[in-house]
Design a protein around this ligand. Sequence first.
Ligand SMILES: Cc1cc2nc3c(=O)[nH]c(=O)nc-3n(C[C@H](O)[C@H](O)[C@H](O)COP(=O)(O)OP(=O)(O)OC[C@H]3O[C@@H](n4cnc5c(N)ncnc54)[C@H](O)[C@@H]3O)c2cc1C
Length: 441
Amino acid sequence: MNHYQAAIIGFGKAGKTLAAALGRAGWRVAIVEKSKTMYGGTCINIGCIPTKALVHDAQAATDFTEAAQRKASVVEFLREKNYLNLASLETVDVIDGQAEFLDPHTLKITSGEAIRTLSADRIFINTGAEARFPQIEGLIAGPRIVDSTGTLNLSSLPERLGILGGGYIGVEFASMFARFGSKVTLFETASQFLAREDSDISAAVATILQDQGVTIELNAAVHAVTSSSEGVTLHTPQGDRQMDLLLVATGRHPATGALKLENAGVLTDARGAIQVDKRLKTSTDHIWAMGDVTGGPQFTYVSLDDYRIVYDQLLGKGTRTTDDRLNIPYSVFMTPTLSRIGLTEAQAREQGKNIQVVSLPVAAIPRARVINDTRGMLKAVVDNDTQQILGVSLLAADSHEVINIVKTVMDAGLPYTVLRDQIFTHPTMSESLNDLFALVK
Ligand SMILES: Cc1cc2nc3c(=O)[nH]c(=O)nc-3n(C[C@H](O)[C@H](O)[C@H](O)COP(=O)(O)OP(=O)(O)OC[C@H]3O[C@@H](n4cnc5c(N)ncnc54)[C@H](O)[C@@H]3O)c2cc1C
């Protein structure tokens, strides 16, 4: 049996970055990945990169088949690069197979018929998350019922695409496939989709999607699904809906099922997420968990920050914790992009803050005229007592870049006047922050 100083389960963002850093520091490291098509993890293979490559090509009105081919080559290139980044290090062994705990220091690794074991002083779990299907009669993955990964693997465009779930992944795919030319219907069980956003933002998103030809069914009580080689039918109290393909985008849950965590004394919560402290240590002293598997915000940059926290304990000052992250922004890559940070107006009111809310239509931004995309709105919530920015929603072209400026100002504890009075280049979307915050009285 091989012994390592560090064993990492899962080739995700945190895991691969930690493997490289420890390997370069001279540690003997094993990184275990269950699928040869997943070197580099979810983001590269079935998440951020393939979706955004398709979004980009959908915006450029590229034919879907061509876009799917380009996406596949981008993914292949990055997967290979990620593999070689680690495999080229003498100190790091990339091991193919599914890992499970035999005891707190020992892993069993199964790859087809082959089984091996390894032990390690320290173990890091980075197994990510998996799509979760709700309990609906007949809703079983198959050729006509797929998750986001199945949808990304399509080589031809579905004529009628149903999407179950009006969250971020659902909205992103709805926008993208509508631009490619599918007839998209989005089914959301709640009365508002993008439930975490303010209702005016969600309504503005709905208008944009509808203008792109997306049908949105709110309060959709899909009680059964039947599929055949011809298509898939969603049964609702309002009648049956026929689709060629159904994308189930109702959330992703932590991938802990196969790990046999009980053999290592690692505790999970009710959702199966691994319980960790602020330094990402699990209930077992020499075992850490990083990324989506901890049940935290499911973003690549959060997983990367998890790596930073763990690395800091192993080879740094040991001071970094999850509290240091402050505000976590995010973007939904519909067209135009929706980006948000901090509190919504509704959350700020619930917390009893003394606030001012300002908003600016994108049509008022010179850059929007230049690029010929005047859709959307910007909205900010400012604390009257402290002059701090509490939250911002940007539904606008390039908002995924602009939101990072807002984060920097918010995290630095600077007042909104910094963005109001800052010199920004022209004509850019960033300069719209001058105009948005000039509306605060
Ligand atoms: C469609 C989609 C779009 C997304 N878009 C974005 C985006 O635009 N921006 C963004 O920041 N985030 C996005 N995300 C989320 C982002 O991809 C994840 O938050 C991020 O990849 C999490 O990485 P991780 O470090 O938790 O592990 P992952 O990258 O998920 O890696 C986990 C790895 O562990 C392996 N594994 C699992 N169990 C075992 C086992 N028992 N043994 C061995 N190996 C195992 C898996 O095969 C996988 O390779 C998107 C996700 C999806 C699904």
